[in-house]
Ligand binder design. Sequence first.
Ligand SMILES: Nc1ncnc2c1ncn2[C@@H]1O[C@H](COP(=O)(O)OP(=O)(O)OP(=O)(O)O)[C@@H](O)[C@H]1O
Length: 566
Amino acid sequence: SPNDIACLKSIRASLDDPHDYFKSSWNFNNYTEGFICKFVGIDCWHADDNEVLNIRLTNMGLKGQFPLGIVKCKRLMGLDLSNNQLSGPIPSNISKLFRFGTAIDISSNRFSGNIPKRIANCTFLNSLNLSNNQLTGFIPPELILLHRMKNFSVANNQLYGPVPLFNLSLSKDSFVGNPGLCGKPLEPCIDHKSSPFKNGFITGYAVSVVSVITIFMFYFAPCMHRNERNKLLRHFILNLIWNRTRKVNMTQNSHQTSQMVLPDILHETSRETSMLVELVSRMSYSDLYEATNEFSAENIIGHGQMGTTYKATSSNGCLLAIKRLFDTQKFDEHFITELKTLGRLRHDNLIPLIGFCIESKEKLLVYKYMSNGNLYDLLHPLEKRRTIGWPLRLKIACGVAKGLVWLHQNCNYKVIHLDICSRCILLDQNFEPKISNFSEAMLMKSNNRYWSSSFDMDSEFWESSFVKEDVYRFGILVLELISRKEPSELTDLARTGDESTGKWVVDDVKSSDFVDGGLVRHGFDVEIFEILRVAWNCVQPNPDERPAMLQVHKIINGFSKKYGYG
Ligand SMILES: Nc1ncnc2c1ncn2[C@@H]1O[C@H](COP(=O)(O)OP(=O)(O)OP(=O)(O)O)[C@@H](O)[C@H]1O
């Protein structure tokens, strides 16, 4: 079909082919039925039909980025780009590019960045080979949803965190060569449950992390280079955070622990539940059922990792967003954290949590509805991109910064969000940003003695390891606001960025292809430059070199005032 021809033309144009394989074989001048089926590396559904079944461009020395043109090969089933020199991120919208694909092999290239969780939406995948690349971050747990998967490998990358519990049995070979990965079939992950300071924290796990870090810092870190130490520490913390969120699934032991504790917390009449009711109002399932039109598909706003969110109208006419958690204990802890954290907090730049419901197996969280959706969708719409003016971007950055300052400096509780990203910034009818998704958050009573005295040393680590994690993520968010580039690409840039990259990003707003074209030369270049500098400071690899959110907000607020937002 014309689409398939356009698909191959686009692939050819997007890849650098130093050995001229395309030149000698991919000749588009001879339009006959099935002519593309004779191209090297192309299988068709039928030899006399221009409809591509598989693309196998292996071992050809190809350079360039993941070929987005495959989106036009509508019936493509297999993509094999292994043994080349392709680089850059795996596109986060891969499931849109390769919706019905059954096999992806991009092994032995130079792909970097995170494994996008949306690969899990390629529901027909039965083979995924990402081995021998430079991928970083966690293996998205959503991948366990790929029920048809038979072959899977992420060996020899730079991944860390626990291996998700796949339904198929995978050997070590699928994961080896990633020094930060742990859990079956590799070595077990560190158990961080026991801690002497549990009472001081609302989330006891925070202490465990801090204690482990203290030991680590005292005994092991002094002999390491500062940057190396920070890098390790960061990996370590993320690993522990991930351990916590996955602990229900991690080991038989931790499974038993959560079996004992969580149902009790969630029991409809438990003390915990009555405490929660003091924070947020408890709503009845039947009211929410009615408000969402019986949880009808038409009311669905979107799906997240933990559940489905519905638009709803309350009996007094208020618009609500109701998150209905999947029926699994896996997210009980997230549910509680969200309630305990967000339930206590009220600020103009936090999403208002109005209520919750626990009835039999149902767990629901009820928020105020935000009519302009989330920031990620605003910046990266599936359809046509809208121009977004600088004052609006500044307003959003300023609001998020204000919310974070409040969280970090709040006098009763100090809160670290740990998952700031454009998807969790919701926008109300006036595009005022509201921070949402507190299910990973850590909350600490700021007047407890551990915080103020004997934990002095640890509060420094708390600051540099956790608070500065929020600062880092805020920096990525601002870079995304200015560039409209994918967060994974920006994380890469920040990770690999040396001083000269920093200069390249910030120095030359007018001619840089970093800044969104719609922004430059509209009289804002100087401001953009200043804000980019702030963002760049926020993403410094060494947490100690990142500014505090208070400083960041002060600068952004200074510019925002001009537009009446500050
Ligand atoms: N209060 C709200 N008002 C409007 N839309 C909302 C609201 N809360 C969530 N949404 C939207 O509902 C969808 C699902 O949200 P949800 O938080 O479950 O998933 P997510 O943002 O992908 O995060 P995660 O998967 O990490 O839980 C998203 O598109 C989100 O923007």
